[in-house]
Design a protein around this ligand. Structure first.
Ligand SMILES: NC(=O)c1ccc[n+]([C@@H]2O[C@H](COP(=O)([O-])OP(=O)(O)OC[C@H]3O[C@@H](n4cnc5c(N)ncnc54)[C@H](O)[C@@H]3O)[C@@H](O)[C@H]2O)c1
Length: 362
């Protein structure tokens, strides 16, 4: 087993996003890790999610684009990280259907730029620092395509991305692997299942359905809602990423999942019941009445599931935080408590309208 590392300077990209901000909060809690949060602050960013970190002397923020070579080079030269965690990405499948090139630019070209500048910096280090340096590229299980009713993805699963989002992440994963094989850069790749928890942007299933249920709006379920997702709480994911960064073997891939499969329709029904219970009954009737079936997403993957055997066996990580039922209850309560945040965002950033029918893609 590789010795556990304890990097004291970590460059986190996308640290104003949903998962990146959970990583930043986790690292700042560590107490001794200095964090540079590099984020372009796209529509999906929420600096409020790292508000507590702002008061830490260990935290710094840089507004920059991972595809901006000069800015990235300067960040490496000035911050001198011992590790990089790459979470900056375009992440919404529906948006990738409408605007695939934006996904290629950030996810493929941006990751390539980050790897390239990391390589130049890494080569300039002394031998000991070079041996300790790590680059963790954070990715998704969607790169493996869709499963049938049985089985689960493993590290050996072939890449079969179906959406432009998944294809752009697959391209980034291949580049990360190639930088290890070709140049010896100590790269690790993680592929994780669907995350949920606080601060997720409300274009994604769980916050969107929660918010629409709270507003008494129709809940648009794609197709018949029979797609199955394996849900992991974002804080469990942040813990897994820290474990992979500090204990994983360079050149390896680790799959991360929650082992909590749920059909989308069941997830939405559960959200309705939780909103009824936690926000109080709607005089017009139970929120389940708001469920509306709408045309499916083009190319929608049927099922994802993860076999977490490798990360459990080799690194000792297991999703520990809570069950999906408990985590979802806490998450719905969180969205109820943070109504001013998403209400303002719905006015200024995204109003919850249907995306991803491909009308805009040419
Ligand atoms: N959300 C999930 O369920 C999930 C599951 C598995 C893997 N992932 C992966 O985890 C990573 C983070 O996902 P998330 O859900 O937190 O995403 P998110 O959309 O919530 O946040 C992405 C962040 O990246 C920033 N960003 C976007 N383009 C950038 C650029 N060119 N330069 C610098 N910053 C940029 C945005 O401003 C935002 O803060 C992604 O790589 C995603 O593929 C997500």
């Amino acid at each position: 087993m590789t010795p556990t590392l304890s990097p004291s300077r970590v460059l986190v990209t996308g640290g104003a996003g949903f998962i990146g901000s959970a990583v930043v909060r986790r690292l700042i809690r560590e107490g001794r890790v200095r964090v540079l949060n590099l984020d372009a602050l796209t529509y999906a960013a929420n600096l409020a999610a790292v508000e507590n970190a702002v008061f830490s002397p260990h935290y710094a923020f840089l507004k920059a684009d991972i595809a901006d070579r000069e800015a990235v080079r300067r960040a490496f030269a000035e911050f001198r990280p011992e590790a990089v965690m790459n979470l900056a990405a375009e992440t919404h499948v529906d948006r990738s259907i409408d605007d695939p090139l934006a996904f290629v630019r950030t996810n493929v070209l941006g990751t390539a730029t980050l790897l390239h500048e990391a390589l130049g910096y890494w080569r300039s280090l002394e031998a000991e620092a070079r041996a300790r340096f790590r680059f963790l590229h954070v990715s998704t299980d969607e790169v493996f395509g869709a499963l049938g009713e049985e089985g689960a993805f493993t590290e050996e699963s072939p890449y079969r991305p179906n959406s432009p989002y998944a294809a752009s992440k697959a391209g980034a994963d291949h580049l990360a692997r190639a930088f290890h094989r070709t140049y010896g850069l100590p790269v690790l790749v993680s592929n994780c299942s669907n995350n949920y928890g606080p601060w997720q942007f409300w274009e994604k299933l769980i916050p969107l359905m929660t918010i629409k249920a709270l507003r008494g709006e129709a809940l648009p379920v794609y197709g018949q809602g029979l797609q199955v997702r394996d849900w992991l709480h974002v804080e469990d994911h942040a813990e897994a990423l820290w474990t992979i960064l500090t204990r994983g073997r360079p050149g390896e891939t680790y799959l991360v999942g929650g082992g909590e499969e749920s059909r989308n329709i069941d997830t939405v029904r559960l959200i309705c019941d939780l909103v009824d219970e936690l926000a109080g009954p709607d005089p017009a009737g139970p929120r389940r009445r708001l469920i509306t079936f709408v045309p499916d997403r083009p190319g929608h993957d049927h099922r994802y599931a993860i076999d977490c055997g490798k990360i459990a066996r080799e690194l000792g990580w297991r999703a520990a935080r809570r069950s999906f039922a408990d985590g979802l209850r806490e998450t719905v309560a969180w969205y109820i408590a943070h109504r001013p945040w998403w209400e303002e965002g719905m006015r200024s950033r995204y109003d919850g309208a249907r995306l991803g029918l491909g009308a805009a893609a040419r």
